[in-house]
Design a protein around this ligand. Structure first.
Ligand code: UDX
Length: 436
């Protein structure tokens, strides 16, 4: 089976490397020649645990190659995946499909044999129909099928998620599409990963529905956390107490500073736009989007409260620990840390920040923040320490040293990684999320 992966970003590269590891012959294509050169030298464009090893070992074995030429790359491919970006379109929040359609045009122009074209990028309902129209209009004499196969990879755990998925969703309209996709995923069936064959539009919607549902779960528990603070209850026990009900499930019930990342914010917005276009409003998702947006700045105000409030903030110093939207990634997209830092600097606070992987990406997004090279440098002379991302490195801080270095022993733990009783025993003025 030969697979061409158009777009060597996060999804394309992880999927391509994993397919190669399963023994398929994979070509990753990207129009950015410098990215291709770096990949050929074993340099990854993103940080993802295990990816560099997976790419280099499969490249060495000859199963994974890279090219900037789409015409070259798709030659002889049985399956051509489209894994290019679908960012939010500036101004209206619709998914910007221009990259997807441009790739479809180019595939139509250069197709040299029968192939299944697969949309792996997250695309609104109906995009597969348009890709099919573009391919058919290209006048290609070859047999084609357009299939939807959404990804459900979490950053930081993407390789494990790809190799042992909860499910694989394939939206195909004919047997040619279903047969080729069965071959592509055969190594995973052997691992007994369930596969759901459905229609193309349904498959496209499943991706958005899944992300919107997870975003709703997070937002729900975040609101419960706020209520816990008011009534003197503990949100972690609320999570456990409801999560043990199998109908609810225990995952995605960690209260925090709000969800960020490359998927939830963009996909919930895009789903709202689709719902609007079809005159079928999704009011729950509307509320989720609003609640999550306002929560991020509210977290900044929570830190301000810990240092004596807005009016007393000017000239104080806050150490921000963790900037990326979650640990084990260098991704800063829609990270709550951006709004937290902005709220603090707007109030005249000096913010010193440390993140194990995200500082390069964070710099342009928070120009007023001082980036330092280790957590203790951020903590030195700080009036408060705010933990924004739950990197393992922050779970075992030397708290005695923290106490000595900080100007005041004030900690705002937006990820609940410390135990309130322990922190109070040590003498910290400690606040967290939804714990009384
Ligand atoms: C998500 C989906 O999980 C994945 O299936 C999809 O393909 C892409 O989007 P990702 O964005 O990598 O993956 O991260 P995820 O681990 O899902 O976390 C998203 C955000 O939600 C993070 O900001 C995280 O901190 C937050 N989160 C997650 C919570 O606040 N609480 C939780 O319980 C879980």
């Amino acid at each position: 089976m030969k697979i061409a992966m158009v777009g060597s970003g996060y999804v394309g590269l992880v999927s391509g490397a994993c397919f190669a590891d399963f023994g398929h012959d994979v070509v990753c294509i990207d129009k950015d020649q410098s990215k291709i050169d770096r990949l050929n030298d074993g340099v990854m464009p993103i940080y993802e645990p295990g990816l560099a090893d997976l790419v280099t070992s499969n490249a060495k074995a000859g199963r994974l190659t890279f090219t900037a030429s789409l015409a070259e790359g798709i030659k002889g491919a049985n399956a051509i995946f489209i894994a290019v970006g679908t960012p939010s379109r500036r101004g209206d929040g619709h998914a910007d499909l221009s990259f997807v359609y441009a790739v479809a045009e180019e595939i139509g122009e250069h197709l040299a044999g029968d192939a299944v074209v697969v949309t792996k990028s997250t695309v609104p309902v109906g995009t597969g129909d348009e890709v099919e129209r573009i391919l058919k209009n290209s006048g290609t004499p070859h047999r084609i099928a357009v299939v939807s196969n959404p990804e459900f990879l979490r950053e930081g755990a993407a390789i494990g998620d790809f190799k042992r998925p909860d499910r694989i969703v394939i939206g195909a309209e004919d047997n040619f599409g279903r047969e080729i996709m069965s071959e592509v995923y055969r190594p995973l069936f052997l691992n007994e990963s369930p596969i759901l064959f459905t229609g193309r539009r349904t498959s496209e919607l499943i991706k958005y529905a899944a992300n919107a549902f997870l975003a709703t779960k997070i937002t729900f528990i975040n609101e419960m956390a706020d209520l816990c603070e008011k009534v003197g209850a503990n949100v972690q026990d609320v999570s456990r107490g409801i999560g043990m009900d199998n109908r609810i499930g225990s995952k995605f019930l960690h209260a925090g500073p709000g969800y960020g990342g490359s998927c939830f914010p963009k996909d919930t917005l895009a789903l709202l736009k689709t719902a609007e276009d079809y005159d079928s409003p999704t009011r729950i998702v509307e509320s989720v989007v609003k609640a999550n947006e306002s929560r991020k700045r509210a977290m900044g105000r929570k830190v301000l409260d810990a240092i004596g409030g807005l009016n007393d903030a000017r000239g104080k110093k806050v150490a921000l620990l963790g900037l990326t939207f979650k640990p084990n990634t260098d991704d800063m997209r829609d990270s709550p840390a951006i709004a937290v830092a902005q709220t603090l600097t707007d109030a005249g606070v000096h913010v010193a920040a440390y993140d194990p992987e995200g500082m390069e990406q964070a710099k342009p997004l928070m120009p007023e923040v001082e980036m330092v090279t280790d957590p203790y440098a951020a903590i030195a002379d700080a009036d408060a320490i705010a933990i924004v991302t739950e990197w393992d490195a922050f779970r075992a801080l030397d708290l005695k040293r923290v106490m000595d270095l900080a100007k005041s022993p004030v900690m705002v733990d937006l990820r609940n990684i410390y135990r309130p009783a322990d922190m109070r025993d040590m003498g910290f003025a400690y606040t967290s999320i939804g714990r009384g």
